[in-house]
Design a protein around this ligand. Sequence first.
Ligand code: G1P
Length: 290
Amino acid sequence: MKVRKAVITAAGWGTRFLPATKVQPKEMLPLVDRPALQYIIEEIAASGIEHVVIVTASGKQAIENHFDRSFELEHFLKQKGHSQLLHEIQAISQLADICYVRQSEQLGLGHAVLITERCVGNEPFALFLPDDIIRADVPAIKQLLDVYDRYGCSVVAVEPVARHDTASYGIIEPEHVEERIFRVLGLVEKPEPEKAPSNLGIVGRYILTPEIFAMLRKTPPGKGGEIQLTDGLRLLLDDEPVFACAFQGRRFDTGTPLGLLLASLEMALDRPDLRDNLMAYLRSLELYSK
Ligand code: G1P
């Protein structure tokens, strides 16, 4: 069955970015000149998925406003003759058909996914954790969709992580199937290095079959007292296979200040209007440190 819908979980507090996120959703922090979440919606649009469900929470209205029309702003830009900007601003609201679900209590990622069940219905869907921004020639979710099309089961994105970092990720126990593709034999949420079944960490892209909802309903609170998606996937393994795809691309964890800075830097270096001045500045820093 074709994947037509994407879920984005955007209900977290963004505590690692306080005080910037006191009133501003962390998903709206900019990478160069567009909010992080816009890159996610663009990845979705570029992969042929048209319907998006965003899980939000109180204080996140800026997200809805950003992806809606803004007639006042459009009128202003038109009057001033800023036609290029006008076009860009209008295009944002046409990227996808979006609906919103509020998570009123922070009960975990698994819970955030579970409350989208009515919007998603009985069909497979793509899941995005928007902290993970992935730069790739083929969008990361498209790479997972290709694996889903071939094997017809849930697929998680993975990448090798440093051994001492396993406690920051869901870690899979892999069985190699073919280049970059693994069958998942087991998975553990944030294990200490000595308990990790491998160094393959789950990053924020998934294709999930709708059976995950029934599993999440019976998933007890796990790590941190929260309902964990990783635990729901482990229950799913009893009923159907789950695959993992070591996608090609560069991932940035923009949920941390350093990750956001590095992603911004890399994106700015790709921009013809910024590259030269930024390079000159970086070179001057290098000279200064010698
Ligand atoms: C979540 C998941 C974890 C996954 C990670 C990827 O954790 O629970 O399994 O590896 O996202 O970014 P979080 O980073 O939200 O704590």
